[in-house]
Design a protein around this ligand. Sequence first.
Ligand code: PRP
Length: 206
Amino acid sequence: MRPLTIAMPKGRIFDEAVKLLRAAGYRLPETFEESRKLIIDVPEEHLRFVLAKPMDVPTYVEQGVADVGVAGKDVMLEEKRDVYEMLDLKISSCYLAVASLPNYQKGELHPKVASKYPNLAIQYFKEQGEQVEVIKLNGSIELAPIMGLANRIVDIVSTGQTLKDNGLVELEKIQEITSRFIVNASSYRLKGKEIQRMIKQLQAVV
Ligand code: PRP
C-alpha cells in the first residue's frame, strides 16, 4: 500500500506541525526541516510529506492526492474545500483582523479593503452591513494602506509586530485562527486505521 501522504504548509507552520508530530511519537529525520525538497519520504513511518503553499493544502487533500493535511482555519474558511476537519491542532495560533493607518476615518465614498482573503473579507463586511471593494493581494498586505491602494486591510495578526513596524493599528478582530488536521473523505474510508491512529496520537499531545 502506498504510504500515508500528508500535505504540509511550507513556512512557519511547518516547523510547529513537525514538532507536534514528533511529540505524537512519529520518528522524523533530524534534517527534516532544513531540506528544500517538496516531497519527503519517511519509509520507517510509512509516511510521505508533501510541502505545499499553505493556501493550497486543502486542494491537495480534497483532490485525494494527499490523504491528510495540516491547514490553517483561515485557509479553510477562505477556500471552503470539501474535506473533513478532524482536529484542532492548536498550533500557529493567530487571528484575523481589520487594520488601517491610525488616522483612518469611517465613511469613505468607495471603501477599499486589501486582503489575501477576499472571500472572508467580503463576508465579514457584508455581515457588518458595509459594501466594500476587496483588492486581492498575495502577501505584504500591510503595504496597501501605506501606498494608498486601500484604506483598510484584512490580514492575519500573530505577534502584532508587522502592524507595529509599519505604523498600522488594529480596528476590529474578526476570528481566532489555529491549524487543523484535515482528511480526504475516501482516504478516511480506505486508510481509516492509519488515519485514526494519527488522530489519536495527535489528540494526546495537542
Ligand atoms: C503574515 C501576515 C502578517 C504577518 C503577521 O504574513 O500576513 O503580515 O504574518 O505576523 P505578526 O503579527 O507576527 O507580525 P507572512 O509572514 O506569512 O507573509 P506575507 O506577508 O507574504 O503573507
